[in-house]
Design a protein around this ligand. Structure first.
Ligand SMILES: NC(=O)c1ccc[n+]([C@@H]2O[C@H](COP(=O)([O-])OP(=O)(O)OC[C@H]3O[C@@H](n4cnc5c(N)ncnc54)[C@H](O)[C@@H]3O)[C@@H](O)[C@H]2O)c1
Length: 354
């Protein structure tokens, strides 16, 4: 039977990832919702969706919808996800899970209470190179991974609009970009439990106007409904994250910094048998009879968002456990919030077990 889905929030990520992802996965998108009616209607027109709503609760009331994607700004994730779970839907929630650990925990509890699935939209786990490297790691090729450095850094790529307002986003590049690479790298390391964080955050740019920098603005700014000038979050952060098994991740994230142009997304892992990097090519750094070896692995270029949504649809169909669980989402939220806490206090902060 075809899985029937709804999309809540019809902005950028709904248009670029979720609607095409469901179409490709063979699911039927029954309805989409957005408080900006024209946006829902345009998405519906472009992806052959029959019903649109300005109140997402009307979408949730439909009995023919089994599963929903939650693609609204971060401050609404908790409310919408819990309402969807309580309405009996299986849920795919965009990253970050929430604004705070308490919110994320309430969402996890709602999933456990209702017995409905809550999968987190950690799309980088579904990259072809990440999936292939994970196979090598699981086969013991790298040995024990004890250290990793990772980052998601931009020269000028601030997504103005709700993203730059703490009340609506929960934070800046840490919660928007850092979340991706922290989760991806921790996933490759076997999801060890975080125990402490030491971090710094900086706000050196705030709002700026440059040519060609509007690629990631929120839909409201793109459509001129909001100026995009509000800014009360960080624009660069770095952190050292320690895990229960003794491993460490060093991470950096920026929306604006004076570095070479473009988005740089990297992850480099050190194991006691071999190391690995994802970019520019997936490579395993090892040894063979006293010689150093660099083993390049060919990777397909599948769209990670589409792979994530295909996996979600498969989990809805089969009732199987998703790769990125709500519990993983809460643990990542603990790290994100500890980064802010550590930067504010100017010292290391501990993370308690869930
Ligand atoms: N995984 C990724 O790579 C990725 C990339 C971009 C954004 N995201 C995440 O996706 C989410 C949405 O981001 P976006 O870039 O699409 O932002 P956006 O501003 O383009 O879209 C959000 C949409 O939600 C709508 N909305 C607001 N309140 C609503 C409500 N109460 N009911 C229904 N709709 C409502 C807005 O009108 C807007 O159209 C965020 O959580 C963001 O972090 C993930």
């Amino acid at each position: 039977m075809t899985v029937q889905v709804g999309i809540i929030g019809s902005g950028l990520i709904a248009r670029l990832a979720h609607a095409p992802g469901y179409t490709k996965a063979g699911a039927k998108i029954v309805a989409t919702a957005d408080v900006v009616e024209s946006r829902a209607k345009k998405l519906a027109e472009d992806f052959d969706i029959e019903h649109t709503y300005t109140d997402y609760r009307e979408l949730l009331a439909r009995k023919d919808i089994q599963a929903v994607s939650v693609c609204v700004p971060n401050h609404l994730h908790k409310e919408v996800v819990i309402a969807a779970l309580e309405a009996g839907k299986q849920v795919l929630c965009e990253k970050p899970m929430a604004m705070t650990v308490a919110e994320a925990q309430a969402m996890l509890q709602a999933s456990e209470r209702t017995g409905n699935m809550l999968m987190l939209g950690f799309n980088n786990r579904f990259r072809s190179d990440v999936q292939r490297l994970k196979k090598f790691i699981d086969a013991g090729e790298l040995g024990e991974i004890y250290y990793a450095r990772t980052g998601y850094i931009r020269r000028r790529g601030t997504p103005f609009g709700w993203f730059t307002v703490k009340e609506e986003s929960g934070g800046g590049p840490v919660i928007d970009l850092g979340v991706h690479v922290i989760d991806m790298t921790r996933f490759l390391m076997g999801n060890p439990r975080p125990v402490s964080v030491m971090a710094s955050t900086y706000k050196k740019f705030g709002h700026y106007t440059m040519m060609d920098t509007d690629a990631w603005c929120s839909s409201d700014v793109k459509e001129g409904l909001r100026s995009g000038e509000e800014f009360d979050v960080e624009d660069l952060a770095c952190a050292l994250i320690r895990f229960e098994n003794g491993a460490t991740i060093v991470v950096e994230a920026s929306w604006a910094s004076n570095i070479p142009q473009g988005d740089s997304v990297y992850s480099q892992l050190c194991g006691d048998k071999a190391g690995a990097q994802l970019t520019p090519d997936l490579t395993i750094f090892g040894e063979y009879e006293g010689m150093l070896t660099d083993k390049k692995i060919n990777t397909a270029t599948r769209n990670a968002h589409h792979e994530e949504i295909k996996h979600f649809v498969h989990c809805v169909e089969t009732g199987s456990q998703p790769l990125s669980t709500a519990r993983h989402g809460v643990e990542i939220q603990q790290i994100l919030n500890a980064i802010y806490e550590s930067a504010k206090l100017g010292r290391s902060v501990d993370i308690a077990p869930l």
